[in-house]
Design a protein around this ligand. Sequence first.
Ligand code: TXA
Ligand code: MG
Length: 511
Amino acid sequence: MNFMETIVRKIDKHQIDKEIIREAGEILQSGGLVAFPTETVYGLGADALKEEAARKTYEAKGRPSDNPLIVHIADYEDLKKIAVNIPPETDALASHFWPGPLTMIFEKSGQVPYGTTGGLDTVAVRMPRDPIAAELIRAAGGFVSAPSANTSGRPSPTTAEHVREDLDGKIDMILDAGDVDIGLESTILDMTVEPPMILRPGAITPDMFEEVIGPVSIDETILGSESEKPPKAPGMKYRHYAPRAKLVIVDGDLREEILAIRQLAYAAHRKGKEAGIIATGETLQFYKYGVVKNIGTRENEKTIARNLYRVLREFDEEDIDTIYSESFAMQGIGKAIMNRLEKAAGHLRIAAAAVVKEQRYRRIIFVSSTDSARGPMAAEILRHQDLMQEYVIDSMGMVALFPEPANQKAEAIMKSAQMTLKDHFSQQFDGEGIQDDTLVLAVEESQKKKIISEYGNIKNVYTINEFVDDDTEIPNPYGKPLTAYGECYEKLRKLIRKLAEKLNLLAGGEE
Ligand code: TXA
Ligand code: MG
């Protein structure tokens, strides 16, 4: 293919420069390629009625030529020139959703070359809402074929910069109007079947169609990997939108998803390779390891739709092998988000519960003599560590007959380290409610021995230093000056850090 100079023209949709539109329209009329903004994604425009223009489009995108193009129009009357046997519901749909993110499929007229439809007798038609797109289409003669303006197999472009990354030197012009509005491609509705069938989910949802024309059907291959049948929109069969790294969707309830991704990211970190994480504004704070990207807010799925492709592209710039993504709600545009994410993931998905289930310890109890200083300090220090799994962390005493607040010197030391024991009340250790996934850590050997002799059924009892393989003793500071509590704190801190490391190793699947 010949290298050509790609002209980039900035254009403002609120104040459209007619001269730029005229220039771009001429390029299209003479068989050239112009990328332009639409409200969904940037499109790679060509004259839809010229066989040769379609060939060029496929070549620039590196796209298989059996994958048909959508013909974009700017005026509803133009539909009749390219489609025949237009069903009566079309008027209502067009009046509600055109111009907008809806593509409808009809039987094609003789005007539309097979090059444009990938050899099919049907034609996909869309009337975009973006005013730049509308003016360009008119300037080009009314019929502009436009696939998404990306290299085949890359995420669709939501900025002109994305288009340039993929197609610079391969097309004549890019109209740069900044970020698109929706960020995912149009909903495709096949009007040649009864009732009409959704072939690709988008911003116009089944409920919205139902309100206008009654129930529509949905191509069963859209979601899930179960179906063996090929999808009805030829383009949907390709592993589109594929990021360079392996993308894995982590699926479960949100809490489990976070725990699972934390664990997976930590395991990757231990192996010296950071994982990518697709998180939301609400969950960002939970991830300590990995290359974390915020895809939007769960309160508004539209923000997620708008950022998805940009985030996938950004991951391509990172040195990562695997990306883990949270799952998103299926309401509204959510179905389209999950559909694109699934395709990007090549349908790789893991159950969060299965990852989280492998948690060896879920509860940790520190046992000291009276549960007033060493035990509660250890517990509180552990609560402040970066832990990859979630634990219930408690402390108890071998002789703590009445609930009493923590020792004041212990509290003073903890305060100077920005922690507090003010909510602590001592509890008696009575061996009850201890499960196989409870880890009992005694501050002294004597408490450990007592527990083992009195409660033979408790499985995991260690001293703290034994468990972390360190011989630091933690002497009882009771009755001693504040400095003794300070020394006790320092020793505990060292041991608890090692404990956190060991717990994280176990979480990452290592011994
Ligand atoms: O939002 C959009 O629709 C964007 C903007 C640029 O308008 N365009 C877009 O085009 O997404 P493209 O080429 O990336 O995707 C077109 C999809 C493909 O999956 C293709 O197989 C399907 O539409 N399609 C086109 N004509 C069809 C037809 N006659 N029958 C079934 N599917 C068709
Ligand atoms: Mg595409």
